[in-house]
Design a protein around this ligand. Structure first.
Ligand code: MN
Length: 322
């Protein structure tokens, strides 16, 4: 591969050592993480053995949780840099506020896409009056160097394109699949699609051989290329596939993530993506100083989230080397 970037980053040693050169089936069981006081999530990425799938840098899956007697999701204002957040609900409702003045409620089937770029702050809450169940996924996309300082934006797409095939109903969140293209702004070649599978579904989905992929069983259980995948687990598929076969004996939901392997090395810590420990330190200090990089979350009533203590520097670059 030849680098045609006219502004090459100084971290070109970064690379692809974790990207499988061909098809594989690696199970990523995930681990439980406590978010705040009331929300437990399963973290699928990053894990010890796998840190990126394309530009997908972070995958949390939560629920379905009965939040009748609880406040549900309560995430106070916190900052982000160098990434996009993709919020996707299977059940429930989330109220998003950010330092651009966005004040949006979204539900299942709607894409909430926040491009942090240079810097943004946001809060996410279950509304005071909320549906009984909360179930969804929180995904981060690493922005490539050419776009990671872009001005922050928030997009809310109430309807998304999709396609149907052999018992599967697909919704394309990001990128393109099966002739459907998401309106969500992407900054590197990638895809995310939600598959709603009926009992007995047996479907082949078209893939890009140059992409690496992973499949998350967000509801029910499925078979991926003959391998069983239980609720809440993820399967890394590697590269070099033109299709993937999904079968469901029971009704199931699946999240398919893919993208061109991400060559740049990056440092991810707390809610920040940067390229060096020095950058991460700067973002952390700027958040503590209430610097204009992040701004204030309009309309949120309560204290913001403070950064945890910084680990010793230099932080090792997180990513892959070839
Ligand atoms: Mn966030």
């Amino acid at each position: 591969m030849s680098n045609l970037d006219r502004h090459p980053a100084p971290h070109e040693l970064g690379g692809l050592e974790q990207t499988s050169a061909g098809p594989v089936l690696d199970l990523l069981p995930g681990r439980e993480v406590l978010l705040g006081e009331s929300t437990r999530v399963r973290r699928l990425l990053p894990t010890l053995g796998r840190r990126l799938v394309g530009a997908w840098a972070f995958v949390d899956h939560y629920g379905p949780d009965d939040i009748t007697a609880s406040p549900g999701m309560q995430v106070p204002p916190h900052p982000h840099t160098g990434l996009q957040t993709v919020s996707w609900l299977l059940e429930g409702e989330v109220h998003h506020r950010d330092s651009l003045g966005s004040d949006v409620r979204f539900g299942p089937g709607e894409l909430a896409l926040m491009t942090a770029g240079h810097g943004i702050a946001h809060s996410e809450q279950s509304p005071a009056t909320h549906p009984r169940f909360l179930h969804g996924a929180q995904l981060w996309v690493a922005l490539p160097d050419a776009h990671r300082e872009t001005a922050p934006t928030f997009e809310h797409h109430g309807t998304l394109p999709g396609f149907s095939s052999d018992g599967a109903s697909a919704t394309v969140l990001m990128g393109s699949m099966g002739g459907a293209t998401s309106p969500g702004t992407a900054y590197s070649p990638l895809v995310a699609a939600d598959l709603d599978l009926t009992a007995g579904a047996d479907v082949e989905l078209p893939l890009e051989p140059d992409f690496e992929y992973a499949v998350l069983a967000s509801s029910g259980a499925v078979e991926v290329e003959g391998a069983p995948l239980d609720h809440g687990a993820m399967l890394y598929l590697g590269t070099g596939r033109r299709a993937v076969r999904l079968r469901a004996a029971v009704p199931a939901r699946v999240l398919l993530l893919g993208g061109e392997p991400f060559e740049e090395r990056l440092v991810m810590w707390w809610n920040f993506v940067g390229r060096s420990g020095e950058e991460i330190t700067q973002y952390t200090e700027q958040w503590a100083d209430q610097d204009a990089r992040f701004g204030d979350v309009v309309g949120y009533d309560g204290p913001r989230q403070e950064a945890p203590p910084l680990p010793p520097l230099p932080l090792k670059p997180r990513g892959r080397t070839r």
